[in-house]
Design a protein around this ligand. Structure first.
Ligand SMILES: Nc1ncnc2c1ncn2[C@@H]1O[C@H](COP(=O)(O)OP(=O)(O)O)[C@@H](O)[C@H]1O
Ligand SMILES: [Mg+2]
Length: 287
């Protein structure tokens, strides 16, 4: 069966993959054993990968969504050659963790020669909403209209609730025995179908407790939180720049004091949101 799937993928996805290039939206078709995908648009790139949107066509499987994300690697670099296999395996094990918001993994292709000495591989998974990189780079383009500097306090509430969402997902992830390993603005997104829900993406650096042993696992858990704190602080500071409109906000001095020694942000964020938003806060992103 596995052998068949390799053949099917090679013989039907032709052109782009054979030349070692990446998929071409509108043209490239991928043929896992149980369904067919047409690559529809380019989403974004990581250090060594590219991510595309794809739709099911022709052979439709009811066990995967109509629209999915595919992450592709086309590389000569040996140590990256089974990167997506590792990510697939981690996402598969996390698929059974209740209420954890990470992509579901549906399929990973074998590596095969797609031209010259290249190896290619693709991973099919749940498509997320946009990641937070654009917002955090001080560009409010793409933010929902309600989240603007014109509405005092709104951006902090937005940032604070995103922060609590990230911490909540990390707590569930760590409890399930895995670390993320690469928390940051490119790897935190929202759920495409539930835009108030934070989703962690990119499990390329993720490890399980059993891979690391208890001491190293604990050290990496701490590191996930340090990186999450840095991301959240940066997000909040966008609306609290000195001289900016909100520089007299009480959060500003507290945040800059704790920033360097990376204290636990969760109680601070919870208090702040409770004070400003009260009982109405349900744990989801406040727009
Ligand atoms: N499941 C997904 N759905 C939609 N977009 C995604 C998904 N996974 C990744 N992306 C987008 O593609 C970018 C690169 O993917 P990522 O998994 O982070 O690759 P890398 O491991 O190379 O960093 C992400 O920053 C994000 O914008
Ligand atoms: Mg990434």
């Amino acid at each position: 069966m596995q052998l068949f799937s390799i053949f099917a993928t090679i013989s039907l996805s032709k052109s782009e993959w054979y030349t070692g290039a990446y998929p071409e939206p509108g043209r490239t078709k991928l043929e896992p054993p149980d369904f067919s995908l047409l690559v529809t648009s380019y989403i974004d790139s990581g250090a060594s990968t590219r991510v595309y949107s794809a739709m099911q066509v022709d052979r439709i499987s009811s066990s995967i969504p109509k629209e999915v994300a595919i992450k592709c690697i086309s590389t000569r670099i040996k140590h990256l050659q089974n990167k997506l296999g590792h990510e697939f395996m981690i996402l598969k094990t996390l698929g059974s963790v209740s209420d954890l918001h990470v992509p579901k993994a549906y399929y990973v292709s074998e590596q095969w020669s797609c031209g010259g000495s290249h190896k290619c591989q693709f991973l099919v998974m749940t498509k997320s909403g946009p990641d937070f990189s654009r917002i955090v780079s001080r560009n409010t383009l793409g933010l929902p209209k309600a989240v603007t500097r014109g509405k005092p306090g709104r951006f902090e509430l937005f940032a604070g609730s995103v922060g609590l969402g990230v911490i909540a997902e990390l707590e569930k992830l760590h409890k399930a025995g895995a670390i993320h390993g690469d928390i940051g603005r490119y790897n935190v997104a929202n759920d495409l179908h539930e835009p108030r829900q934070v989703m962690l993406i990119d499990f390329g650096q993720s490890k399980r407790r059993s891979d690391l042993g208890p001491n190293e696992f604990a050290r990496r858990v701490e590191r996930d939180y340090r990186r999450a704190n840095a991301f959240i602080l940066r997000l909040i500071k966008i609306s609290l720049e000195p001289g900016g409109r909100f520089s007299d906000n009480p959060l500003f001095s507290i945040l800059s004091r704790i920033e360097n020694n990376q204290k636990d942000l969760k109680p601070l964020l919870s208090d702040f949101i409770l004070r400003e938003f009260g009982e109405r806060f349900s744990g989801s992103i406040i727009y």
